[in-house]
Write a protein of this length. Sequence first.
Length: 308
Amino acid sequence: MTAPAKPAPTEAGILAFHSRCEAFYPADAVHATIAQQRQWYDALCAEFDRPSPAGMIREEALVLGRIPTRRYRPAGVTTQTRLYYIHGGGFVVGSLQSHDAICAEIAEAAGAELVSVDYRLAPEHVWPAAFDDCFEVLTYLLRGKGPVVIIGDSAGANLAAGLVLKARDEGLPGIAGQALVYPALGGDTSAGSYVEMAEAPGLSTADVLYYRDVYQAPVDNPYAFPLAHADLSGLPPAFITGAFFDPLRDDARQYAARLAEAGVEVWFREEPQMIHAWLRARHMSDGAAAGFAALCRAVSDFAARGGR
């Protein structure tokens, strides 16, 4: 009997992107040592690096004397709202450098200062280390001038969504919007897209389970698993985008639906030909370019509204 075909897009650009990724980061990377995974990921990120926008200023600083951050200031700042970017990488890989070009391009598009965070990674630092680091940086930013728009991709989107919930629960004002890109929000891994897209290119359901196991977040903690939070009302407006060929697809769909049901303003977008991590394909895939442009438009809108 012939094995069923694995789900895959047909867009040439995203297929070329995936092929290029696997030359640096093999599909079975989670079976390698943590050091090897990070070495492969750093090489992958360097492969997709891009020239910096003209006039972009970068500045590195420690929050609380221990949490590394990088501030991006574009040549043309048009709002007092600041952007806060939390990188993906399964809570295991990623750094200030891994998403440097993405952060610079978002800051440029929005005409806003952007701060990215280098939170502690698992398995050396399990839950809640990454979350605590990110929340400390958020509270630091909220004490400054102007509101904040929180942005995250994948594991970073998980952290971003949890931060927004905790900020609301603790009565911290000043978050003007949240942008979640192919977010991992704690969905049921035995159903829906986790089954349909279990062998999708770029990220498998087995990979998701591996990252959850390494991170060691308690399943009953709604900041670690935002889909489990009983009350999503009163949250800032959200832009949520998922990839069709991604086991995390239904997390995006379900969270957007629940936010809308709770009366939260939601902009939802699903990229029909995209796979996980398509942000890096924005300069070689039409679908990824369109998705990135939509993300930048939403962030720009939240920033403009927050800066009024």
